[in-house]
Each structure stands twice: as C-alpha cells, then as structure tokens.
Design a protein around this ligand. Sequence first.
Ligand code: MN
Length: 640
Amino acid sequence: MTTIQDVLKKVREYNQNADFKLIEKAYEVAAEAHKNDKRASGEPYIEHPLNVAYILAEFQMDDESICAALLHDVIEDANYDVNYIKKAFGADVALLVDGVTKITELKAKSREEYQAESLRKMLFATAKDIRVLIIKLCDKLHNMRTLGYLPREKQIRIAKEVMDVYAPLAYRLGIDKIKSELEDLAFKILEPEKYSEIEEKIKKNQKEREEEVEIIKKIVKNALKDAHIEAAIHGRAKDIYSIWRKMQRKERNFDEIYDVIGMRIITKSVKDCYEVLGLIHGMWKPIPRRFKDYIAMPKTNMYQSLHTIAITESGQIVEIQIRTAEMDRIAEEGVAAHWEYKDVKTDDSKFDKKLSWLKQIMDWQKSTTSPQEFVESVEVDFFGNEIYVFTPKGDVIELPSGSTVIDLAYAVHSNLGDRCTGAKINGTFSSIRTELKTGDVVEILTSKNQKPSRNWMKIAKTNKAKQKIRKHLQESGKMPVRRYHPVEAESEEISKNLIITEKYENPTIRLSKCCNPLPGEDIIGLKGKTNIITVHRQDCEALEKGRVVQKRVKSKWKNDYVGTVEVILETVDRVGLFADVLNTIAATGTNVQGANAKIISPDLAECRFALAIDDLEHLKDLINRVKRVQGVKKVYLGKI
Ligand code: MN
C-alpha cells in the first residue's frame, strides 16, 4: 500500500520547499472523489493516483505535476469540474489534469488509424505542457504493473495499445526507463511463452556471464587508470523485449544476441568520452561502421552518447556506450530530467540548447508563432516523412509530406480524384495544387464536368495519384499508351556502375539532370543512336516528351554495389553547413575519400563528396540523412 506519507517523503528527498500543503489537499480531494471506487484488484481506487504520484516523485517532478497526478482521474471518473480544480489548485494544475483527461477520452476510429491519430491528438492536446505526457506515461506504467486483475482480452488490448502508442511516445520523449518497462510488461502479456523462455535463458547463463563481465570490466578499469581518466564502468542489463526484438530483426538466436556484453562508461567530461573511445579502439578491434557519435549529433529525443562495438583479444564482442553523468541521466529520464525540481538555480544555457526542440513545444503558447509553425517544427521528429490530414468527418489520411490536394483526393477514391476541382482547407477555398500540412482539415470539392488534365501530372506527388491520372489520360486518348516498347532484356548484365542494363558493349551511363534519380527510386534508361544511356526516374516528364529515336532500357539499382560514389549537394551558403554535412556522413560510418565545397551563386554553395559505399541500403540511408541537414536544397549523384 502506498500512502500520501510515502509520496510526501519521496518529494521531500529532493525538494524541501515543495508546497506540501497543496499536495496533501490534492490527496484529500482525490480520496473524497474516489471514496466509493475500487480497482479491479479490490483495493481502494485512491491507490492508483497515489502510485502515479509516487512514480512522478521518483522522477523528481515539480509540485504541480504531483498534484495533477493525484487528481488525474477525478474529472473522468468522478465528474469533477475543471473550473473547480482551477480555483482550488491554480490554472497550471487544472491544465495538466484536463490534458490527461483529454488523452484518456480519445476514442479510436479504427485499428489502423489508431496509432497515428492518438499520437497526433495527444501531441495537440498536450502541446501546451509536456508534463501532461509525462503524467500520462506514469499513469500507463502503473496500470501496466497492475494489469493482472483484468480479464485476458482487456489485458491484450491494453498491452497492444502500449506497444503501439505509449512505448514509442516514451521513446520520443527520451524516457528510456519508462519505455523499457512498458515494453517488457506489454511483451509479457502479448507473448507470455516467449517472454518466459528468454527470462529462463537469462537466469541460466547469469553466473557465467557475470564472471565474463567482471574480467572485461577489469581490463577497461586498468586501461583507464593508466591513462589517468576517472570514470565509472557499469555492466548493462538487457531488457527481455529488446533481446527478443534483436533476435527478430537480425534473425539470430538467443545466444548470438545475448553473447554480446553491454558496457556503459560514465565520464566526468565530454573530452573524456572521446579519450575513452580512443583508448578502447586502441586496445580492441572496433567493428567498422558501428561507431555512432550521438554527442556531436544528439538524437531528436535529446539522447547523447558515443556507441561503439569492439572485439576483445579473447574474441568477446562488447557493446560500449560512453557518456557523461548528465547525458546518462537524460538517457534514462529524457524530458522528465528537465522538470526535476532545482534547488539551486544553475546556469541552464547548455541544457536549454539540448532541449531546443522541446522548448519549442513549451514556448509555443507564449510566442507569436502560429500553431501551424509549431506543428511543422515538431512533426519531422514525431511523424518522419508523413503528414496526417483530416476529412471533415474526422477520418485521418496519411500522405507523404509534400502531398497536394489532388493527392489527397486520389488517396480517398479515384472518382473523387478525377473530379476534384479544389478543396476547402480549414474552411478556406484552395486550389488542387495546394500543399497539405499535418492537422489540416480538408474537404475535397468536385464537379461532374471536371476531368484530369496532363498538367495534373506535375501537381500530383504520390505515385498512386500519378498512376490514376496517367490511366485516365491514356484511356481518354490524351496520352499515347506506351509510345516506346521496352525491349525485354535477353540477359541482364551488371555494368560496372550502380545500374543493371540490358546487354550493351560498355555503355556510358549518365544520370539525367532533369530528374536526378536517386538510389532506390524506380528508374529507366533512354538510349539514342550513340552508346550513351541516360537514366531517368520512371516518373520523369521527359519520358512523356521523349524523342522517338530513343529506346527504353530496363534499368535498376544494383543492391550489392561497393565502391566510390560522388554525392553532390546544392545548399544555402551558411556557416557550419559543410561541417554539419560531414558530421552527418561520419555518423553513418562512411569513409569520406574526398570533399570540397564552392560558392556557385551569391547564396548557393555546391558540396561534393567522394564516399566509399558498401551497398545500396547504405547509400540510400546516407542520402536520406544528408537531405535532412538544414540548408541542403538538392542532393544528386555525380560519378557512379
Ligand atoms: Mn489513471
């Protein structure tokens, strides 16, 4: 049983000046509100809010969050009015309780939409205060810890929701402690047999493993001592779910995954992190391309650390994380680390820098930027390259970013696409070429007399829309069907570069400048009378206009390509951009064989990199990352 005294004691450990009276009052109000309620376990309901408050106190959260945790279910379960909470506890506590309640009230429209919609709505509902999400996660965590009393079907439903929504959210917020526990608890419910199988195996190997870890630790310890570096060394326990996921992802068995020893080295300074890294790499053989520098380039959830994997002299594989104590705290607690009560006002400037994206969320209300701008600033991190728009009925449609009204129309139905004349976006009339943004509510407008025109090919961004438009144009005779008949390759020959073509004697292969095909995109070659094949993207407009003398040549990217590739970037001319790009490339573990940059116009620069590429996936990943560097306008390949 957790009591209010336990909570108060926990808070006192880190904040002697907390408003203990207010916390006690919140407890009394909650206890009164839930006095007739019981949990599925038969315990008084108040146990739950007390435990949620206790978990938040473990994260050293401020008084307002603790009060809100105690009160988090009184609106939902006991019909208390938010204005009452505002009067009794202040606007901030009321805002937090209201935010948590709103998340609880979300009802999913359908399974597929669930994750996207929930995440999005949660973000919108809580953008005002990130503490709402932290409270909600602690609420979920306590529910998961005590799920055993519910019927099995309900357990499964909740566990799935945790895997789909809450664990990823905890990850996004960088709260690794909660993420790992949520995942393990959910996995235990969803896959009880696999869970206990792994649990058993860990127990069986424990002793042997601990001995091995001790030996390795000693070696590192001595090396650090000789180099006069002060650092703490910890072995790392692995979560059951993360072991299982690695087994799935890498198609390895338990022993292969578990054999790898995890080690964490906590240093006194950033400089020491790199020195320790040098020491490890000098002592053991690092595995190529597995080194990651998240200190120079923190993850979007603020995580910072150096990662490397090395093989010891005895052949043991060791995964090593190197970071400072502060970075370690952020790695475990993420966003929550920021809300810890601070007794002494310290210089926060360095910390603020790391939290820049988070601050954008929190400062949004205070600043003059529009909600739209705010969404744009966080959506990249939360949603990757997808945008989510709403139909007037509230259905969520997922589209690639950059999609226009016409893409949405075709995504809903091809009839709607063919007849689309425009849209009402958030109540404003907009043309079919308007680019959509996450959060837009879009009503497609149609006319019986509307028909797709060739121009639409340029407006559509998605392949689905383009295919449908092309089909319509072909059927109505506006676009000749297959003007060029592709000749089936008799035998595919692997040319010396990235592309496979039909059998030609030493063709010169060029990437077309008009559409700049990138690795992984669907491509096709055009060959004239000379022995030059120009490779275009399959959706390049030049193919429609192409001259009859050119023949289509089946082409595709070679998967196992190894060699040097020249990547060219067109960028704005900003200080530090070249270094940022180089860092980004270095973070993928790519060997840079050459690099230079020049100014090509008053505000544009061109950067060229010669890179050693291992395979197509590597090149694709690299290009995707480089594209995301701020200021990079265009990426294309030079020599291949
Ligand atoms: Mn609750």
